[in-house]
Design a protein around this ligand. Structure first.
Ligand SMILES: [Zn+2]
Length: 156
């Protein structure tokens, strides 16, 4: 007998092609410039400072990217601000893990770390794919990550 009571959940694929680019907005009220990055590689390579923070190309202040995702719960959205990105891997690798620095207000301290990655196969005729979003890797409070590192350090 077939059990017909299996619940089906809609899961957003964590690895998806992002057709649109990234809109970075300057944090300074008197400037308010918008910058555009065509893809994740352009964003990390050309719109971050030496510490990974997004920068305004007009005034040099910090910038942010506003994001909103529909959640599984009907009518609920997840709103966040990407503040910067730090590469974790070797620049030449195809698989590129990185973290976004995240806050829930454009100007508050970025207290969250979001593990993400992209995979760039464009040089061999493939595509640039980005793995992030709901259904993808978790967002951790910086304190949770530091706690994990302390535990790993003790294990070592
Ligand atoms: Zn600016």
């Amino acid at each position: 007998m077939i059990d017909c009571n299996i619940e089906v959940y809609l899961v957003v694929m964590p690895e998806e092609e992002i057709p649109m680019g990234w809109s970075i907005q300057c944090n300074v009220t008197s400037c308010k410039a918008y910058m555009w990055a065509t893809n994740i590689v352009d964003l990390i390579d050309n719109h971050t400072d030496e510490n990974g923070w997004f920068v305004c190309s007009q005034c040099g202040a910090s910038g942010f990217i506003e994001k909103s995702f529909d959640l599984q719960e009907p009518g609920y959205t997840w709103e966040l601000f990407l503040r910067g990105a730090i590469r974790l891997g070797d620049r030449d690798d195809t698989y590129q893990p990185f973290v976004f620095m995240v806050s829930y207000e454009p100007n508050e301290k970025a207290n969250y770390i979001w593990f993400s990655y992209y995979k760039d196969l464009r040089e061999t005729g493939g595509r640039l794919k980005l793995g992030y979003g709901p259904g993808g890797p978790p967002v951790l409070r910086t304190e949770q990550l530091l706690s994990l590192l302390r535990q790993l350090y003790d294990l070592d």
